[in-house]
Write a protein that binds this ligand. Sequence first.
Ligand SMILES: [Zn+2]
Length: 258
Amino acid sequence: MSLMITAIPAFDDNYIWCLSRPGHDRVWVVDPGDAQPVLAFLQEHRLQLEGILITHHHSDHTGGIGQLKAQFEQLAVWGPDNPQIPGITLALPDNEQRVLPGLDVTVRVLAVPGHTLDHLAYVCDGNLLCGDTLFSAGCGRMFEGTPEQFTRSLARLAELPAQTKVYSAHEYTLSNLRFAGAVDAGNPVIAAYQQECEALRAQGQPTLPSSMARELSCNPFLRLNDHHIRQALTQHWDQEITDTVRAFALLRRWKDNF
Ligand SMILES: [Zn+2]
């Protein structure tokens, strides 16, 4: 039976992803920044919380851990080896592979520093749970890492199979596509995807998951060597750009002020 991944919306634009198996009542959630929507979801669907995966230390991803632990004894809380995150029961190193108890699915850990230094991404059953590292048509802000680290982390994710489904932690797709359209104006994928996302949002539906194939075709942060994007960067910053890391740094800075 395949893995099912459902969005639990939280705050203004966060998604807490719930991992489950059809017909089974034991589930895991990823990045519960708020316990309330998780508890309501579990109650509505009569589910039992087995564990939590954490991608990084920001409070909109970790704020619900304490309340969920109080509610569920023996709750597994897996995540980065970072004392800033309260309640972690298992710190996961890069490349670790573990079976999620209750779901019987293997999760592979990828260290992806850049947005924060502790950031982890999880690959499980052809799905990528990437927190605030990769968004659809964009990437997270660089709060703690370096352009070198962030570029390497994104390249690592880009190497995943094209059919990998991409579950980011925020609904930022439409605003990211506005920026993507500005730096990659001639890319026909962007306008078509924008229409699709507008229709989904009009119905209150998430634009996620995306896929790695889609991201490779429209996400400027995964297309740093594209001729048109390099040209747009050169023009915007009025300087010659000779390497990928520099292209990332300037693209990120442009987006921060877009
Ligand atoms: Zn964050």
